[in-house]
Design a protein around this ligand. Structure first.
Ligand SMILES: [Zn+2]
Length: 323
């Protein structure tokens, strides 16, 4: 959506409330107590009431805004700004744009939006032909004062990320174009490079009828247990951009974006930034429709972000719809 159109359409809380009400009714409300799908709108209290059991659903309950004290206009503006650029916004820039006093609530809002982006993409499995590799992202992983920094892939200053990209062979139309074209991608922070860790992520995010191409690293040797076909081969460094072009493009672009925008991202929050990167990468041709898509995603999921802060496994809470 263009900035001027956004300004006209969402000029106050009332216009945001109306949009939210219309969108949630269009998407279909389900009573979280009895599962009934029919509701009355209580205009005085600005909430729905279940026709069967009378249970109340507020405009924001069960959405990314659940329990938030921030004005709806903040959320709408954040969703607009995040979807209007291929890059991203730091929380401090968002805070400045919104003119809000405190940083923390804005930072949380941004991470909650990234959290629902991850939940949405988590619904889809990659299929057909897939490139797989790991990327090592610089991050601040809270080194103890007397702890020595290890070098290489085991460094505490690097966070390991499993990267998978749907990629199929194509005939390059222009000079310099890749011989493979990319579909959807996934990036998942992983604790270690063991085959069991990698296989669990692949089982979770990849259709079992897919075929995976990867180098012959130790952690890739059991991929055949979880997908139909594998092509595990020795890939000399120079060959990697040819054999695994899209995972490497994705890793390079994500690193650049994250490094440019945020300095010293904490390892435990890296997944959030990757969620945003992948969500946008997977919808790069959506153009102006991305605002509404992220809005649908925002009313369909409750963020798991707070849970992640305390290190417990995120619990999906879907009332799902389309992508
Ligand atoms: Zn009910």
């Amino acid at each position: 959506m263009k900035l001027i159109e956004f300004g006209k359409r969402f000029s106050d809380e009332t216009s945001c409330e109306q949009y939210l009400r219309d969108l949630r009714e269009k998407e279909g409300l389900v009573c979280s107590k009895c599962g009934c799908k029919e509701h009355y709108w209580d205009s005085h209290n600005k909430r729905w009431r279940c026709k069967k059991c009378g249970y109340e659903t507020t405009l924001t309950s069960g959405t990314v805004m659940h329990g938030s004290k921030l004005p709806l206009m903040y959320w709408f503006t954040a969703i607009h700004l995040l979807t209007s650029t291929r890059k991203t916004f730091s929380a401090s820039e968002m805070q400045r744009q919104l003119g809000h006093k405190r940083y923390q609530p804005i930072w949380e809002m941004m991470h909650k939006l990234r959290s629902v982006m991850g939940l949405r993409d988590g619904k889809y499995k990659l299929c057909d032909s897939i490139e797989l590799d790991e990327g090592y992202f610089s991050s601040d992983n809270g080194l103890e004062a007397d702890e020595a920094v290890k070098r290489g892939v085991g460094s505490q200053k690097k966070t390991k990320v499993l990267v998978m990209a749907e990629s199929e062979e194509c005939v390059p139309e222009k000079k310099g174009q890749k011989s493979r074209k990319v579909g959807h991608i996934k990036m998942q922070v992983i604790e270690d490079l063991r085959a069991s860790t990698i296989n669990a992520k692949v089982e979770d995010g990849v259709d079992n009828g897919a075929s995976v191409i990867a180098d012959n690293a130790g952690g890739h040797k059991k991929l055949a247990n979880v997908v139909k076909e594998t092509d595990i081969r020795t890939v000399p460094g120079k060959e990697a951009p040819k054999v695994l072009p899209w995972v490497h493009v994705a890793i390079a672009n994500a690193k650049k974006l994250i490094d440019d925008m945020y300095h010293g991202v904490k390892g435990k929050f890296l997944q959030q930034y990757l969620n945003e990167f992948c969500y946008k990468f997977n919808r790069k041709y959506f153009g102006d429709r991305l605002f509404e898509r992220l809005m649908i995603c925002s009313v369909s999921y409750k963020p798991t972000f707070e849970h992640q802060l305390y290190g417990s496994k995120p619990k999906a809470d879907y009332t799902d719809r389309c992508g």
